[in-house]
Design a protein around this ligand. Structure first.
Ligand SMILES: [Zn+2]
Length: 103
């Protein structure tokens, strides 16, 4: 795997990150790479301890579903088919382990 995706994600974190979670689709747009390549890169970053991958699930009505409840949506009081559940992957950068270049 080329390092360019890793560099691109690091660049995004260093120049744009303002706290919270980063949606993988933002990285896909920023790096202009297909989802699977970005996903592969963030798996590498996770194995290096630089980010934590967070997966969130939503029902077709866009309600967030607690991970333990999938595919049952408490807000709808309905059990959905797994294929109807929307999965969104985020990364949580572990910023306090990064070198601070500004000093
Ligand atoms: Zn729902």
């Amino acid at each position: 795997m080329s390092n360019s995706n890793l560099e691109c994600i690091n660049e995004y974190i260093e120049s744009h990150y303002q706290g919270g979670l980063i949606g993988i689709s933002i990285l896909v747009d920023f790096c202009q790479q297909p989802m699977w390549k970005i996903y592969s890169a963030i798996k590498t970053l996770e194995s290096q301890g630089k980010v934590k991958i967070v997966t969130r699930y939503f029902c077709p009505e866009s309600h967030p579903i607690p991970n333990d409840n999938v595919p049952f949506c408490p807000a709808c009081d309905l059990r959905y088919s797994e294929v109807d559940i929307v999965t969104i992957v985020y990364i949580n950068p572990i910023v306090n382990q990064q070198v601070n270049y500004s000093k």
